[in-house]
Design a protein around this ligand. Sequence first.
Ligand code: COA
Ligand code: AMP
Length: 631
Amino acid sequence: MSRYDEIYRRSLEDPEGFWAEAAQAIDWTRPWERVLDDRNKPFYRWFVGGELNTCYNALDRHVERGRADQKALIYDSPVTGQQRSYTYRELRDAVAHFAGALRAQGVEKGDRVIIYMPMVPEAVIAMLACARIGAIHSVVFGGFAANELATRIDDARPKLIVSASCGIEPGRIVEYKPMLDGAIAQARHKPERCIILQRPQAEAPLVAGRDIEWNEALAGVEPAECVPVAATDPLYILYTSGTTGQPKGIVRDNGGHAVALHWSMRHVYGVEPGEVYWAASDVGWVVGHSYIVYGPLLHGNTTIVFEGKPVGTPDPGTFWRIIAEHGVRVMFTAPTAFRAIKKEDPEGEYIRRHDLSGFRALFLAGERCDPDTLEWARRQLGVPVIDHWWQTETGWAIAANCLGIEPLPVKPGSPTRAVPGYDVRVLDDEGGELGPNQIGAIVIRLPLPPGTLPTLWNAEQRFVDAYLSRYPGYYLTGDAGYKDEDDYLWIMSRIDDVINVAGHRLSTGQMEEVLASHPAVAECAVFGVADELKGELPLGLVVLKAGAEVEEEALRQELIRMVRERIGPVAAFKLVGIVKRLPKTRSGKILRGTMKKIADGVPWKMPATIDDPAILDEIAEVLRGLGYPKS
Ligand code: COA
Ligand code: AMP
């Protein structure tokens, strides 16, 4: 039996023994009473009775045990021309100080704090400061609009919001403050305070009595010590797209999270404490939470906060400069970043300008990794390129080629096999288990391993409905695919309304809600179409209300603007067509899947239940007008 097989089998046969052993790597202020509490199925809790502090585990203990002068965080910002680093001691001190500032503003254990910030070290400091005093952070990605921020404010009900005056996108300054003010005006819940980091690129006026400037908030406050919390207390809430406009608040606990992430650094990514590990993502996404902030710091690595893009800041060599300059050993990003680089530097000329001899492996996730991109990266970099599959809900990899256990042969297009702790199955509609190479719903047999979501914030029933009811005893991942004869997983598509645009998870249902709110729109459908760079792009088709008098091009622009304003630029919604009717089944279900296939130019069958087949010809014509299928 291979080492992977042995470890995998043990993780499923004896999960309590397996994770109790992994939990030795974490410092607990009180030991747990039960490793796994399964008395309240289908809810499971890990390390019940235990107490710890995640910030202590990420910072203080490293300072106390020999890493005080090791770099903890390197900020590299090609968009501002800045670089700055913090040792573990400096980062601990900065975090303790800001935690004191939060406390001085009345933030206590269990209070929520929303963080709406660009990729600056202060975003990480704010997250860890919350963890330090037991407050629950909820980071909102900067590319979301005020309306999305307002939805999260109303759901999380934060006592305080930490934000910055602006973010920097190539070619434009994104002013955060007007969006923050707009969101607070729109939200029913009002935070008591906002702490604003003023950036010189665009300073923002402060609202008297509510806003405090970052440095002012720090003035004269005492640093805060780590507050022990229950292993099962929430560390953070991270909202992610679901089927409707109401995002799901994924809850992450403290204990299971620390154990799983620490374990994953060595076993999945194959890094040793002290090494430099870089996830080129954003703290607004789960990848940023797990692998810019918590994973590397819990494990004593050096992490990089990168404020830039894979291309254009200033060129497609930025990634290689950073790897060489900071001694990155293992990197993690989304395949779309590599597609962008490949497009601008197909021969890899920029790669050869840098010394990448210390670089060991590239991990990709966030969307399906096309074999071409994987092969290109492998050829150019000469290191293992590992596709791995996971989601905001799980917080760490469900399937991967675990380099730290035993590298398995790579099959391009597959994220390899289930990671220890995850009992992954493929089920048919009736819940029967499917054999090799048969496509079905990918599910995980309960219990999920530590670090995965215990519930949704303020929405326990929605948690059960969305994930646990479809197949009792299993967690529904929302992905469809199959296992091959070697137990390799192949992730094919989502079974819901989620699409992945440039590695960003978005809901087509939510975009439909925006389009449908236009007074001239009778009905609409949004679906993802294949895109060479971003993987998928949303495309909307709208049917006008009878008698609506609108100029078509003006309407198109208005709909595009509405999605940008209500969801955000990150939705990348730019394709919209006006049609007379939408194809439906006889029971009235819109045939989005068939339209997607027509747009992608892949073979499709006339659905047996279609109400009026002629509509598809009209749709195909409108799609052609939008440039789909691509030749
Ligand atoms: N704040 C404000 N706006 C943002 C933003 C942020 N943090 N992030 C993105 N946007 C904006 C972009 O400026 C762009 O606006 P535009 O329509 O005015 O051009 C829009 O949102 C769409 O962004 P994106 O889809 O990222 O496209 P892009 O053309 O700017 O960049 C890539 C394309 C591939 C270079 C970029 O998506 C990338 O680096 N991806 C890496 C993958 C990644 O980070 N994934 C996260 C999960 S691992
Ligand atoms: P997110 O919650 O933003 O991380 O998005 C999770 C979803 O992205 C998954 O449910 C998949 O649909 C998709 N995804 C993530 N990683 C992969 C991968 N390696 N291969 C295929 N799809 C992926």
